[in-house]
Design a binder for this molecule. Structure first.
Ligand SMILES: O=C(O)CCC(=O)C(=O)O
Ligand SMILES: [Fe+2]
Length: 369
């Protein structure tokens, strides 16, 4: 499967040059990194009293709380999720040591224009005229090829950590899928592609490490511009520096504070489609910090490559017609590579019925070029 996901990216090359990545040499924010209000959603206020729900997975009411969080926020944090904490620590250490390598070393593992794995700037950079204050590393499938270039002597220990991380994340993602779908009344019979054991056997994930160095002028810089994820769901671990923000209708940007051992769960575009628009895929971004670096690790979870994702039949009725046409993950990634934040509207077949707001129509408020 990973090779199929790789194919989707190969079909939609992104030509980015990676030469701006030596942040350590920059004492001042260059103009090419200075974002204005027009470049993003800077005109939305930050703050507000509301906060993203935190849900303890050992709480007997977790199920109900997840459904409510998905409907009203499209994002929540989980604690007591059972993901091994030493594995989180070791993976964070591995990615920190990756980003701390000299730039020339990191560039040996640079992502090629038509590739998906490797080191480089955010793929969404091509939609913006300004550069983002971050660097990234993506792993799809085995990391061995790139890790050998980064750490010729001791790459195997890093590979072991990452492979275990992918395996554990896949298990947690399947569990979260059922909690999120179950809240909509969806059972294993309704999702044939979840496989006979209901463990989403053929599903797969990409691992995205993001590093945001301390920035001399954080108020004018942008770590990662506003976007939704092209996934079913995303599981994000962040280090102790805050920076992730989600856009809350009527409130503005809300910071998702790091909580020790907590994981952030986002509804992605494909779960939005599957839920026939009931769960919004949350618009989010990362801002940067003057004195502290920030690190995040996102597990981007998607369906098997052959599966067409469309609104689940239980969620469709004459009064709730399907809002989206069926798409595979690969097709959707292609649409995203072309239309970015307008991708969801481009696969929509039906306008929301009277009185229903299309929670994901960001097209009128996102500048994409
Ligand atoms: O760094 C973060 O908190 C956000 C990362 C993110 O949104 C992504 O990798 O898609
Ligand atoms: Fe994201």
């Amino acid at each position: 499967m990973p090779s199929r996901l790789t194919d989707a990216f190969r079909a939609h090359p992104v030509h980015l040059h990676h030469k701006h990545l030596d942040f350590t040499s920059l004492q001042e924010l260059p103009d090419s990194y200075k974002w204005t209000q027009l470049d993003d959603h800077a005109h939305y206020p930050s703050g507000g009293a509301e906060s993203v729900p935190v849900i303890d997975l050992s709480d007997p009411n977790a199920f109900k709380k997840i459904g409510h969080a998905c409907k009203t926020w499209g994002v929540f944090q989980v604690t007591n999720h059972g993901f091994p904490s030493t594995l989180l620590d070791n993976t964070e250490k591995a990615s920190k040591s990756l980003f701390c390598l000299p730039i020339q070393q990191k560039l040996k593992a640079a992502r090629s224009p038509d590739g998906v794995s490797g080191y480089g700037i955010a793929r969404i950079s091509s939609f913006f005229s300004k550069l983002m204050w971050s660097e990234g590393f993506t792993v799809v499938g085995s990391p061995v090829e790139h890790f050998r270039q980064l750490w010729p002597q001791d790459y195997t220990q890093f590979c072991d950590i990452i492979e275990e991380y992918q395996m554990e994340m896949q298990k947690l993602a399947a569990r979260l899928m059922w909690l999120m779908l179950g809240s909509l009344g969806i059972t294993k019979e309704d999702v044939k592609w979840a496989g006979p054991k209901g463990d989403f056997e053929g599903a797969s994930g990409a691992l995205q490490f993001n590093y945001y160095p301390a920035c001399p002028d954080p108020d004018r810089a942008m770590g990662l511009a506003a976007h939704t994820d092209s996934t079913l769901l995303t599981i994000l671990h962040q280090n102790s520096t805050s920076g992730l923000q989600v856009l809350r209708e009527g409130t503005g940007w809300v910071t998702v504070p790091p909580i020790p051992g907590g994981l952030v769960i986002n509804v992605g575009d494909l779960l939005h489609i599957l839920s026939n628009g009931l769960y919004p895929s949350v618009l989010h971004r990362a801002v940067v910090n003057r004195t502290k670096h920030r690190l995040s690790m996102a597990y981007l979870y998607g369906p098997p490559s052959s599966v067409k994702i469309s609104p689940l039949s239980k969620l469709v009725s004459p009064s709730q017609p399907p809002l989206y046409r069926p798409v595979t993950w690969n097709e959707y990634l292609g649409t995203k590579a072309k239309h970015f934040n307008k991708a969801l509207s481009s696969v929509r077949v039906c306008a929301p019925l009277n009185g229903l707001v299309d929670v994901n129509d960001h097209s009128n408020r996102v500048k994409v070029g």
